[in-house]
Design a protein around this ligand. Structure first.
Ligand code: FMN
Length: 221
């Protein structure tokens, strides 16, 4: 049996591609092993508040003298970190908003990335080390290598840095681009590519869920 933490952050409950990819992943996860389980968190429908106090970036023993973060905020942070650490695999629906993360997803990151708790600082703690993190990236336009906008996506690099380098997770990026090709006239000539990328992303999501859902279940058996 293996446990998945599934996050969504798209503000579009109807047409979201990252939400659809997440559903494909979750379905294949449960099929991979009938005893696999899922915790689902919709960061748009039920947003995590902004970090209440900068001192929450640290465990209590490293906080500046005299800092007293609100107990309620600290309890929420503990809940979010416990929820993450309980997971064998993390899947994150990650729409590109203003070349960056949706603010709802960033608020979650601000709570769970805590030096000396989830990332190394003065102690080598990395409870998520070696676990898989799957980023389901959906982007209205395209940012192809060799084009002038190649490095305009600041979401996937930031998530990879935090979940991969800081938390030590193994990152898989599944991407669907040109999602606006069916609504924005200027992108319409690229509709075939958009559809092909989406279909490939669904296949990749199902494959990753089957692989991680089987191997993580075997590892925890
Ligand atoms: C607030 C907002 C900002 C956006 N900013 C960008 C952007 O910077 N670059 C881009 O390619 N698409 C941008 N888009 C389009 C989304 O990336 C695109 O619609 C994507 O499919 C959203 O993911 P979803 O389908 O999972 O909702 C933006 C959409 C919204 C709602």
């Amino acid at each position: 049996m293996a446990h998945l933490l599934h996050l969504d952050s798209s503000a579009d409950p109807e047409r979201s591609r990252s939400r659809a990819l997440g559903r494909t992943f979750a379905d294949a996860w449960l099929k991979a092993n009938p005893s696999n389980t899922i915790t689902y968190r919709d960061l748009h429908a039920r947003p995590v508040p902004h970090l209440a106090d900068a001192s929450l970036h640290w465990p209590a023993r490293l906080r500046p003298a005299g800092s007293h973060p609100p107990a309620e905020a600290e309890a929420l942070q503990t809940e979010l970190i416990d929820e993450l650490v309980a997971a064998d695999v993390l899947v994150v629906g990650a729409p590109l908003y203003n070349y960056s993360l949706p603010s709802t997803l960033k608020a979650w990151i601000d709570h769970i990335h805590v030096p000396a708790v989830t990332a190394p600082f003065d102690v080598e703690t990395q409870p998520m080390k070696g676990k898989a993190a799957v980023i389901l990236s959906s982007r209205g336009a395209s940012y192809d290598a060799g084009t002038p906008t190649a490095d305009w996506d600041h979401e996937v690099p930031a998530l990879s840095l935090i979940l991969g380098s800081a938390l030590g997770m193994r990152i898989t990026v599944i991407q669907t681009s040109l999602t606006l090709a069916d609504t924005v006239a200027a992108l319409a000539p690229q509709l075939d590519r958009s559809n092909a990328e989406l279909a490939a992303a669904h296949r990749a999501a199902a494959e990753a869920a089957t692989l991680f859902g089987t191997s993580a279940a075997a590892a925890s058996a």
